[in-house]
Design a binder for this molecule. Sequence first.
Ligand SMILES: Cc1cc2nc3c(=O)[nH]c(=O)nc-3n(C[C@H](O)[C@H](O)[C@H](O)COP(=O)(O)O)c2cc1C
Length: 365
Amino acid sequence: MSYKSIKIGKHKIKIPIVQGGMGVGISWDKLAGNVSKEGGLGVISTVGTGYYKDKKYIHKEINGRPYEAENFYSKNALKQIFKNARKICHDAPLGANVLYAINNYGNVIRDTCEAGADIIITGAGLPTNMPEFTEGYPDVALVPIVSSAKALKIICKRWTKRYNRLPDAVIVEGPLSGGHQGFTYEQCFDESYKLENLITPILEEIKNWGDFPLIAAGGIWDKGDIERFLSLGCSGVQMGTRFIGTYECDADKKFKEVLFGAKEKDIKLFKSPVGYPARGVKTNLFNLIEKKEAPKIKCISNCVSPCHRGVEAKEVGYCIADRLSDAFRGNVEEGLFFTGTNGYRLDREISVKELMDKLVNGEDS
Ligand SMILES: Cc1cc2nc3c(=O)[nH]c(=O)nc-3n(C[C@H](O)[C@H](O)[C@H](O)COP(=O)(O)O)c2cc1C
């Protein structure tokens, strides 16, 4: 099967493969720029940009941590990330991922438009007011991530009523994905929430509103998987984990090595201060948490609102901003290494170009 390009708003993506936004620091300029250059949609993660280039763009840090939300997220760093990604992909469509749960969502969406994103993807919450923040940027396509037809219905209803607008595409993320899940722990293992079973009701819901593409995410690994979801009626796929095993992935080499060394049984769902289960590698961090020897929770960066200024972090035993940024910087002992269920299948680095070739032409290409 040869793939068809996908149109998201005004933007044509030649190969219907979206590289999922991965924070903190896993998909910045190099990864996203190269995926877009190779004909997919590269997606820049906007969370924790204060850590970009060793915190060069921030105004204040305490104990080596960006101070407060306005430094954890840096607008100047985001602009620089876009500038550098554009040097790689030029005018190919380039996306950004903005978590709904972050503490300054509206401002980050505005900055992302200003920085030159063509497509903005939002998950981790229901972005019922997303279009409000993109005023003045009519060409920026808006794409929510949902885990059910019901969530899509709520978004379409609100957006139509308030903004006279529909999503330009929608991503459905099933429970095999990396990082935070849109499900309870039990639902993640329940057959009825399998990605394959979420597709048809969402396609039906789309028909109630108009016609925009559906993109499937979570546990998609190779050409065979992609073809399976296209034949179910999806127009494209979003993949995260597999892009971690590329030279261009922006994380420290040690992040990738943690995944290369992980076995299937090491990949687990953990409690997170964000309130949803999150999938990652069971590393030494979890022994430290159990022994109450994990790094102290100080809530210096005030990153996500559902954590209630560290209250939830204390509940689960770790600070999500500190642990994810440590993983990005290669701190194997104390980092939190997010991955999808397929992470154990990564065994070496290849280039984005090689990976895209495999996804389009098959593994032996
Ligand atoms: C290390 C890592 C970090 C992630 N961070 C984010 C994020 O910041 N925002 C988001 O919407 N999704 C995030 N995700 C989810 C991915 O964008 C993607 O949708 C998902 O991982 C797809 O499943 P796969 O990894 O099995 O391909 C993350 C995933 C990983 C592995």
